[in-house]
Ligand binder design. Structure first.
Ligand code: 8YV
Length: 322
């Protein structure tokens, strides 16, 4: 009998084909919203559970997985999973590092350029038939080339964002739990600074930390007050790292020049008042959303699952079980 593998949401076809050769696959092809009870039932039935950032894989769900061997998250972030509890139950937890950072960095840059050059309102204006001739003051934005980029969190996504800044002649400041090696710093032309210095000096600030107890609400009123009125704030990490109300206040009062967001404090709810603000781009959490990257993520998930089901170690465990 083949092991049961349950996928809690829409999953790329290429990996479905691969997994269906080795497992009895249960899927949710329309991406129907699942309750904790649904997740508990799925965990109870399966040897492997493929999960998404929107699935709260808490103690209750994990305890229901009597035969569960692996929880394979479709994403690099895994704050939706109580991985310490999973580990104590002998269940592997895996994520998808190494395959989505370039795509997420591309989107970060789309936000940097988009907010600085007013791409979204310019497009709207043109579509609305308002473009009647060249205007000397039409949608004046801020320069990107030659400015200072501050990267908070210099893991693989933060570094991919910093690397792109080389082509824009930017000065790069970064802040991270640990300082990067001298070689890496040199290859990125990046200087390690305190968080406060980064907030005070940068023209663009981009956030790339995971959501943990230490990073929860690390950017709030006090941090926005340190930024320059010409600074643009970009956030493609996890909503709860930022106090959205403080961000909204900073945008409204002109404390900062603008922001580009892919994530929200109470996602998928957009924080009240955000949609009325002009100097803000709001995206629906599409950081890794390219066809190629989603396929790569899914194939890595499939490899992790098939390794564990055949008694091997997964390729990208969140923490080693052994
Ligand atoms: C994923 C993400 O699409 O990798 C992450 O952490 O936020 C996204 O790239 C998301 O996690 C889907 O589950």
């Amino acid at each position: 009998m083949k092991p049961i593998v349950t996928i809690t949401n829409i999953f790329p076809e290429i990996a479905i084909e691969h997994l269906s050769k080795i497992a009895d696959l249960r899927t949710n092809p329309e991406g129907a919203k699942l309750s904790v009870d649904d997740l508990k039932r799925m965990a109870g039935e399966s040897q492997a559970l493929i999960t998404y950032l929107s699935d709260p894989i808490n103690k209750e769900v994990i305890d229901s997985g009597k035969n569960l061997k692996i929880i394979a998250n479709y994403g690099a972030g895994f704050n939706n999973i109580d991985f310490n509890h999973a580990k104590s139950c002998g269940i592997w937890v895996t994520n998808t590092p190494g395959v989505l950072h370039e795509t997420t960095a591309d989107l970060t840059w789309a936000l940097i350029l988009g907010i600085a050059r007013q791409i979204v309102p310019s497009d709207r204006y043109t579509r609305e038939g308002k473009f009647t001739g060249w205007g000397a003051k039409l949608f004046l934005g801020g320069d990107v080339y030659g400015k200072t980029l501050g990267v908070i969190g210099c893991g693989e996504i933060g570094r991919a964002v910093a690397r792109r800044a080389l082509g824009f002649g930017m000065k790069v400041l970064y802040h991270n739990r640990n300082r990067l090696s001298v070689e890496l710093e040199q290859s990125l032309n990046a200087s390690y600074v305190s968080l406060e210095e980064l907030l005070r000096e940068s023209d663009f600030i981009s956030l790339h930390v995971p959501l943990t107890e230490e990073t929860r609400y690390m950017i709030g009123k006090k941090q926005f007050e340190m930024m320059k009125p010409t600074t643009y704030f970009i956030h493609t990490a996890r909503g709860k790292v930022v106090d959205d109300q403080a961000l909204l206040d900073a945008l409204k009062s002109g404390q900062i020049a603008g922001a580009g967001l892919d994530v929200y404090e109470n996602e998928p709810e957009i924080t009240e008042g955000m949609l009325e603000i002009d100097n803000l781009i709001v995206l629906p959490h599409i950081g890794s959303a390219s066809v190629e990257t989603r396929d790569r993520m899914a194939m890595l998930v499939a490899e992790n699952v098939s390794n564990v089901l055949s008694g091997k170690e997964p390729r990208t465990p969140v923490v080693p079980l052994t």
